[in-house]
Write a protein that binds this ligand. Structure first.
Ligand SMILES: O=C(O)CCC(=O)C(=O)O
Ligand SMILES: [Fe+2]
Length: 446
């Protein structure tokens, strides 16, 4: 049996890593079993890592050739990491490639697939990676600013949140930066009010955010991502260009500082959001897996016709002419991956990862614990990350639940017919549904 003083802390970390996809009983029993086998030879952190791997990789395969291309794999006991690499190519149109991805390209379950090129990232996930997006000089300036801000500003803090009715503290510090007047940014996360640090407090941040806004807006137009959020019978439309008017900044001082599997909260940004994640400092690994059971065979329409793009993105067509794509860009041929298939992407200094819909609806992501990774001459093992999101007025007042706390907005997919009618969103109590914590509040987004 794991010693009690360690056990609670380890269990809390496991809950953070594995989210709500395994019961506390399952986590506890796997932890105890792993501890009894490994504690004599491994550190508590290694035991945790091993529990995570056991639970994520229940069934592993060794590919004889490229696992993505060949469905014939030989069974093997241990977990394997497979590196998926094709010719490095600058992506022109991610969704064109997604459309081309064949149904037989679904990755084998139980494996970690390292997506080493930008092209592979887009072929398997609703994301785009731009490795050297920010120049080395600008990346260094941003890194220096974030290191100093995290050291000096008290608004950088560990975050308290709830999973399965348990209070969990993040192992790393975060802060929120905002490009909105204080009165226009009302944001609570898991019951605590968030106060934002203005973008205008830093020239570097202001300039970086402007570049992110221009670039992401252009990508949304080029890929023809449909940002209109048709929810149930009532369309909630997004007008205007994308603007990352607030961002969550994260500081990971070393490989034991992590963020567990989660999808970003939709409460203030609404369904089908676009989130742009800029990394500086050490190179950590971003891991992604599909939400268990979510929307099997789900078809995600990006665009029905050209008019939708003009209406919803609202940028004059003359600025950047739209090209006609006969097949529409949609994710219907995105290879379906099971929830125990983990994709991993290295996020180097100056890289930009754009997450498009339905990334937050259908996938979870994490920065897991790491022993060996590339540090940076300025920050050593420390990595900083800015996740730019668009705060939307229509979503600024999530209802209060009976606990008196702002609710969170979550997606649900009723069936597997592949129809958009199956997609729904609801507000629920962030504290869970138990007797001690949480009131079980539930309300459909209308
Ligand atoms: O550090 C990262 O790249 C991920 C951060 C993240 O997932 C978040 O802020 O929601
Ligand atoms: Fe996130």
């Amino acid at each position: 049996m794991t010693p009690t003083h360690n056990r609670d802390a380890m269990l809390a970390q496991l809950i953070e890593f594995l989210g709500d996809e395994h019961s506390i009983e399952k986590l506890s029993s796997t932890l105890d079993e792993t501890w009894s086998q490994l504690s004599a030879i491994a550190s508590p952190q290694d035991v945790i890592q091993s529990v995570i791997e056991r639970l994520l990789s229940t069934d592993s395969f060794t590919p004889e050739t490229d696992p993505i291309a060949s469905p014939n794999h030989k069974r093997q006991k241990t977990s394997e990491t497979v590196q998926t690499q094709t010719e490095p190519n600058k992506p022109e149109n991610a969704f064109e490639r997604l459309f081309k991805a064949s149904a037989s390209a679904a990755p084998a379950s139980g494996l970690t697939h390292s997506l080493l090129t930008a092209e592979n990232v887009s072929a398997h996930l609703p994301c785009e990676l731009f490795p050297g997006w920010l120049s080395p000089t600008d990346s260094d300036s941003l890194l220096r600013f974030l290191m100093q801000s995290a050291k000096e500003n008290d608004l950088w803090a560990v975050t308290k949140y709830y999973i399965n009715e348990r209070e969990v503290l993040t192992s790393h510090k975060s802060a929120i930066f905002v490009d909105l007047a204080e009165r226009d940014f009302r944001h609570t996360f898991q019951g605590s009010d968030s106060k934002g640090i203005p973008y205008s407090s830093s020239k570097v941040l202001l300039e970086t955010s402007r570049r992110v806004n221009a670039f992401v807006t252009q990508r949304i137009r080029d890929l023809r991502v449909r940002l209109e959020t048709t929810v149930s019978k009532s369309p909630v439309e997004m007008n205007g260009t994308w603007t990352g008017n607030f961002c969550v900044a994260n500081e990971y001082l070393h490989g034991k500082q992590t963020t567990g599997f989660h999808a970003d909260s939709l409460a203030y940004i609404g369904p089908r959001c676009v989130i742009a994640s800029l990394s500086v400092g050490a190179t950590r690994t971003f891991r992604i897996r599909r939400v268990k059971g979510a929307a099997k065979g789900y078809v995600w329409d990006f665009l029905e016709d050209d008019k939708v793009v003009e209406d919803t993105v609202g940028v004059a067509e003359a600025e950047t002419p739209l090209t006609k794509h006969p097949d529409n860009h949609c994710l219907k041929n995105l290879p379906s991956a099971s929830s125990d298939t983990v994709f991993s992407i290295k996020l180097p200094h100056g890289s930009l990862l754009i997450m498009y819909p339905p990334m937050q609806e259908l996938y979870k992501h994490e920065i897991g614990p790491e022993k060996h990774f590339q540090g940076h001459p300025i920050s050593g093992l420390a990595r900083y990350n800015l996740t730019f999101r668009m705060y939307r007025r229509e979503f600024e007042n999530p209802p209060f639940c009976k606990c008196g706390v702002r609710t969170d907005l979550k997606p649900v997919f009723k069936g597997s017919s592949g129809s958009k009618r199956d997609e729904k969103y609801y507000y629920s109590c962030v504290l869970g549904r138990g007797e001690q914590l949480g009131c079980g509040f539930f309300e459909w987004l209308k």
